[in-house]
Design a binder for this molecule. Structure first.
Ligand code: IPE
Ligand code: MG
Length: 226
């Protein structure tokens, strides 16, 4: 979800106005996702490096997160949207953590779409934390250790499509392990302007790709008719 700040600055607004607009884009994407066949959607809301931003911006972003978690949880339950948050919790204000826990608990049985929100998230830290627990473990066990920090015990899912808005072409410490075979898609669209059509365009590009996972192309199956 990149480009909120630049979107706002280009319009003479303060950066927080861009983050507010970014929430609307997140809602559009969450609403469109199930109809486009997406079952898991991970949104990068606040990275561990984002603590370097001015205090007011950090407080603004975390405040927006708390506000929308509290406000939208009932709607998520109605629409079958499970919400979980990945990343560290020990540095978040307690009221934000409380909103996270409440949203996770209320939506835990929802199965239509799993929305994972990365908050105080660093993929390197997640990998390091998992590595400290798991000498001799398999890749699958490692993924469970990575996923455990979403506090729901779900294994970290492999990413199929990594989509970055805002024109930057980098991963910025996001889901490094999970993106081992992710298809990458970059768009210049600023996140606040991102809409369902943009998501569809990304999925169209994704579907046109041949995913080989290190193997060779699958042989064409003979046509069988009865
Ligand atoms: C992404 O927008 C949202 C967060 C990281 C919270 P940015 O705030 O990174 O926007 P730009 O990159 O400065 O435009
Ligand atoms: Mg940015």
């Amino acid at each position: 979800m990149d480009g909120n700040g630049r979107w706002a600055t280009a319009r003479g607004l303060n950066r927080l106005a861009g983050h507010r607009k970014g929430v609307e884009a997140a809602r559009r994407v969450i609403e469109a996702a199930p109809t486009l066949g997406i079952r898991t959607l991970t949104l990068y809301a606040f990275s561990s490096d984002n603590w370097r931003r001015p205090m007011e911006e950090v407080a603004g972003i975390l405040g927006l997160l708390q506000y929308y978690l509290e406000r939208e949880t009932d709607r998520c339950v109605e629409n079958g949207i499970r919400v979980s948050v990945i990343g560290r919790r020990d540095r978040l204000p307690p009221e934000v953590t409380a909103a996270i826990v409440a949203a996770e608990q209320a939506t835990s049985a929802c199965t239509q779409l799993h929305v994972r929100i990365a908050v105080d998230y660093s993929s390197r830290d997640m990998i390091l934390q998992a590595a400290q627990q798991c000498a001799g473990w398999s890749r699958d066990n490692f993924a469970i250790a990575l996923g455990n920090s979403d506090h729901g015990g779900t294994p970290a899912p492999d990413v199929d499509l990594l989509l970055r808005t805002g024109g930057e072409k980098r991963l910025s410490d996001f889901l490094l392990w999970e993106c081992a075979y992710a298809e990458l898609y970059f768009t210049d669209r600023m996140w606040p302007d991102f809409c369902a059509e943009d998501l569809e365009a990304a999925l169209q590009s994704f579907r046109a790709r041949e995913r080989r996972f290190g193997a060779v192309p699958a042989p064409l199956l003979p046509a069988i008719s009865f």
